[in-house]
Design a protein around this ligand. Structure first.
Ligand code: S3P
Length: 430
């Protein structure tokens, strides 16, 4: 479905964004492996998380949906999952596929994971390789690089793995595999990726030791059911943060957003660009810091972004590139090669679309160089089936000289049901 977004005179209002995608996935996974009933509130009912929910239901876990955003999960303990009678469809969700590959590798049964046309093109060796080193029996297309993946569960061995990429999905796959191991599993990463698995597994009672550069998990814990309050997703809030900054005469208050330091790179980046962003009422109700975020229209400046900041804002680069295109001066994004293997190649997708909208932008192998301008122009762009690309171009439209048509916008259901309605609700006439 195509959608056409008109430029906006102003954006104003107080909003809530849907629950955090990463925490929602993990609440089902860890809740299913715990003993007792885990109650989840603020759950994201996007398509990615429903893929995880259906996967665990197909392995015998009773999950009750209460209202739109609450769940009760009847945990089955570490050894309680049952062999699924059919192939598990992970849809578009890399997190579902990679984390479950780790978990299923150490189960006592056979399983197959597949996904949509985009997920079946994404690299899986990054988890299959180290899991094989632990003794896992996993096969897939192209020697285990591509899904579908067939997993014959087996007894795994303790391991120490030095990951070449800062990836929470790789780290979490190994931690989940490590749950079944009799002994310690250690993962090193080049810089810290999101640490929700570490925080939540500890909250559920696992013996986990994060240290500078990595984390160790002791296998065979008894996980205990917990209450999980899922905060609003900072990756979803990011679209409204940039929208509020680049649209004239705007002020938005985004309530109840998770501001875990391993995810809050977007705030540091936009503040460094001169964006007026204020964190209000910072709190920490259950192991994950939360704040309300106030943004006001600002004239942004180009900056250089690289190094440890990249994993802390990895999902936000599509919308950061919109902020950069509307900033004064040049923005250089580097060390971000990972963007090429997300839901789509996000460097190519943003460079192509921004060029259509009149921006001066150049792709680099590991990032992009963007020379900012005062205003973009209207035009027609493609999402490549990638939710964050579609929503980023909706933000670009707000400060364009003409309407922007975005092709294939259903994909926003992946992570942000209600995005288009929420955007309409904050628009103000000039
Ligand atoms: C995620 C980790 C990140 C991120 C993805 C969610 C997670 O992927 O891009 O949207 O929940 O662990 P990588 O581990 O590939 O960086």
């Amino acid at each position: 479905m195509n959608r056409t977004i008109e430029p906006a005179a102003a954006l104003r209002g107080e909003i809530n964004v849907p629950g955090d995608k990463s925490i929602s996935h993990r609440s089902i996974m860890f809740g299913s492996l715990a003993e007792g009933t885990t109650c989840v509130s603020g759950f994201l009912t996007g398509e990615d998380n429903l893929a995880t929910l259906n996967a665990f239901a197909s392995m015998g876990v009773t999950i009750r949906r209460i209202g739109e955003t609450s769940l009760e999960i009847e945990g089955r303990g570490l050894d309680g999952l049952e062999e699924p009678s059919n192939v598990i469809d992970c849809g578009n969700s890399g997190t579902t596929m990679r984390l479950m590959t780790g978990l299923l590798a150490g189960q006592k049964f056979f399983s197959v994971l597949t996904g949509d046309q985009y997920l079946r093109r994404r690299p899986m060796k990054r988890v299959v390789g180290p899991l094989t080193q632990m003794g896992a029996r996993i096969t897939g297309r192209q020697g285990g690089e591509l899904a579908p993946l067939a997993i014959q569960g087996t007894e795994l061995q303790p391991t120490t793995y030095h990951s070449p990429v800062a990836s929470a999905q790789v780290k979490s796959a190994l931690l989940l595999a490590g749950l079944s191991v009799d002994g310690e599993t250690t993962v090193y990463e080049p810089s810290l990726s999101r640490d929700h698995s570490e925080r939540m597994l500890s909250w559920f009672g696992a013996d986990l030791k994060p240290f500078d550069g990595g984390v160790t998990i002791m296998g065979r814990p008894r996980l205990q059911a917990r209450e999980v309050q899922v905060p609003g997703d900072i990756s979803s809030a990011a679209f409204f943060m940039v929208a509020g900054l680049v649209t004239p005469d705007s002020e938005l208050l985004i309530r109840n957003v998770g501001v875990n330091p391993s995810r809050s790179g977007i705030i540091d980046i936009l503040q460094a660009m001169g964006g007026q962003i204020e964190l209000i009422d910072e709190r920490n109700p259950s192991g994950e810091p939360i704040a309300d975020i106030l943004v006001k229209s600002s004239r942004l400046q180009g900056i250089e972004i690289g190094g440890d900041l990249i994993p802390r804002a990895i999902d936000e680069f599509p919308v950061i590139s919109i902020a950069a295109a509307l900033a004064e001066g040049t923005t250089i994004i580097k060390d971000a090669r990972e963007l090429r293997v997300k839901e789509t190649d996000r460097i190519a997708a943003m460079v192509d679309g921004l060029t259509v909208l009149g921006a001066d932008v150049e792709a680099q192998e590991d990032g992009m160089i963007i020379n900012g301008c005062e205003q973009l122009q209207g035009g027609q762009v493609v999402s490549h089936g990638d939710h964050r690309i579609a929503m980023s171009f909706a933000v670009a439209a707000l400060n364009s000289s003409g309407p922007v048509t975005i092709e294939d916008t259903e994909c926003t259901e992946t992570s942000f049901p209600g995005f288009w309605e929420l955007l309409t609700s904050v628009r103000r006439a000039g």
